[in-house]
Design a protein around this ligand. Structure first.
Ligand SMILES: Nc1nc2c(ncn2[C@@H]2O[C@H](COP(=O)(O)OP(=O)(O)OP(=O)(O)O)[C@@H](O)[C@H]2O)c(=O)[nH]1
Ligand SMILES: [Mg+2]
Length: 460
């Protein structure tokens, strides 16, 4: 029989209220021992106003609201109780220690959601969505997690399982018949549905990039030669004096990052040291740091000062960023230009949009920069925003395996005399890996569960 667990479900510290949750067979019996007045016939999902008493000392600890939920209709699927007490750290601690003294056990991180999964209230992708929902830091992140919690990914996977099960059944039957009647099936019956499944799997894998952007956000790095106005631009985009700006070349040494939301997506905007032939050791260290940041960027804004001529180092710089997502940006639009947008594009054979900033220093009209970044983010996310997508590494890794299994199955099916046993094995593997995503595979190891649930906080 599972133990009854208790934990503080709201953040620790002081607050208006704190919620203590209990789950397990003894949840109702435990609160009955400490809550007064205990109703004669308590209703489920009803909020009762009363007091928590220490049953030994008879001391009144706090005035609280209590609700109890029946097994089968609660978050965890078990009998549950929630005590809404006053939010002082001491009050909730005291009530919890009372419950522990009466036999409840402290819930490890994620235990409530783990029980919800084990009791079939959520599948594994939905349980993971609960963690993402709690961690969401932007509108898009929240929307992506909510869609996953609603079961979008689970439905997509079960829709892939139906034809896969049929294929497996076909091949298994063929294996049986082969011995008696020889091979008598049409290969296209296998190849077409297999190819369709492979394509679905590939589409879902392709969604990973945009899923990551929506759920975890995008890192945007401001890069360029010293003194072009990167730090001024960071300040302008944040509308605050966040970093030092000066006419001295090489002002920025360390990378400075700040959060921002653009197009509903969480953005981590980083200002970096200008890149040039370093004159001193400190400059060289700053530049090495910039280069590391460029490696991780989801988008590089390469800033140019349009009042200063370009040289060979600008070509070197462009070579560093051209293989990564990037946009060119012209700053100091208030000064007399020494080259045109067309010349800049031609020099680097750049086909994209060149953003113009009408003065980072004076923070005027930086709308074109925001619009350009917005369009970039939308181009990476919007086209598919209604469809199912994945955003977690675990799903990506398993789907990659499914895709490989299906690829090998397709190659086998295309042979003139396919090795049906091997084909069946590949399909079994594909099925196993798909089921592992939703955690429905019986053999899904405890290790997997621990990895998923260890990401939760206590009380969830
Ligand atoms: N005229 C004009 N000056 C600007 C503009 N933006 C920045 N500046 C000036 O250019 C100089 C350099 O600006 P920063 O923002 O420190 O340049 P940076 O690219 O961060 O420079 P490093 O940190 O040295 O790499 C400062 O004197 C700014 O006031 C602009 O739009 N117009
Ligand atoms: Mg700077």
């Amino acid at each position: 029989m599972p133990v009854t667990i208790a934990a503080l479900s709201t953040p620790p510290g002081s607050g208006g209220i704190a919620i203590i949750r209990l789950s397990g067979p003894q949840a109702h019996a435990l609160v009955e021992q400490v809550f007064r007045p205990w109703p004669d016939h308590p209703d489920f999902f009803h909020l009762y106003l009363g007091y928590i008493y220490d049953p030994v000392s008879h001391l009144k600890l706090d005035q609280v609201l209590l609700t109890i939920m029946p097994s089968g209709r609660s978050y965890t699927g078990e009998a549950m109780a929630e005590i809404h007490c006053h939010g002082g750290a001491y009050t909730s601690k005291k009530i919890l220690s009372l419950l522990f003294a009466l036999g409840a056990e402290a819930a490890p991180p994620g235990e409530f959601t783990k029980r919800a999964y084990l009791n079939g209230r959520l599948d594994l992708t939905q349980a993971e969505a609960v963690a993402s929902l709690i961690a969401a830091e932007s509108e898009a992140g929240l929307a992506a997690a909510t869609a996953q919690l609603a079961g979008g990914l689970s439905v997509f996977i079960s829709e892939m399982l139906t034809p896969l099960n049929q294929l497996l059944a076909t091949v298994e039957v063929e294996i049986d018949l082969l011995a008696e009647e020889g091979l008598n099936y049409s290969r296209t019956n296998l190849i077409d549905p297999l190819a369709k499944l492979e394509k679905q799997c590939q589409d879902l894998l392709d969604s990973y990039q945009r899923g990551r952007i929506l759920q975890t956000g995008i890192k945007i790095v401001l890069a360029g030669r010293p003194n072009v106005g990167k730090s001024s631009l960071l300040n302008a985009l944040l509308a605050e004096d966040r970093v030092l700006v000066s006419a001295i070349s090489g002002t920025t040494r360390d990378v400075v990052s700040a959060p921002l939301e653009i197009a509903g997506v969480k953005v981590e905007l980083s200002d970096t040291a200008g890149l040039d032939h370093p004159q001193a050791e400190l400059e060289a260290l700053g530049m090495a740091r910039t280069e590391r940041w460029l490696e991780q960027a989801g988008l590089i804004l390469l800033v140019f000062d349009q009042s200063r001529g370009l040289n060979d180092f600008d070509d070197e710089l462009y070579d560093k960023v051209k293989e990564k997502p990037h946009l060119l940006l012209l700053n100091k639009d208030d000064l007399e230009p020494v080259f045109t947008v067309a010349e800049l594009k031609e020099r680097f054979s750049y086909k994209g949009q060149v953003l113009r900033c009408v003065g980072a220093r004076d923070r005027v009209d930086i709308g074109e920069v925001i619009d350009g970044v917005s369009s970039f983010i939308k181009s990476r996310t919007a086209a598919f925003s209604d469809s199912v997508m994945i955003s977690q590494q675990r799903h990506f890794d398993l789907l990659t395996k499914v895709s490989e299994d299906l690829g090998r199955a397709l190659a086998l099916a295309a042979e003139s005399e396919p090795l049906l046993d091997m084909l069946a094995e590949e399909l079994h593997q594909a099925r196993f890996h798909l089921l592992e995503i939703t955690g429905q595979e019986q053999e899904a190891s405890e290790g997997l569960l621990d990895i998923v649930f260890s990401q939760f906080c206590v009380g969830k």
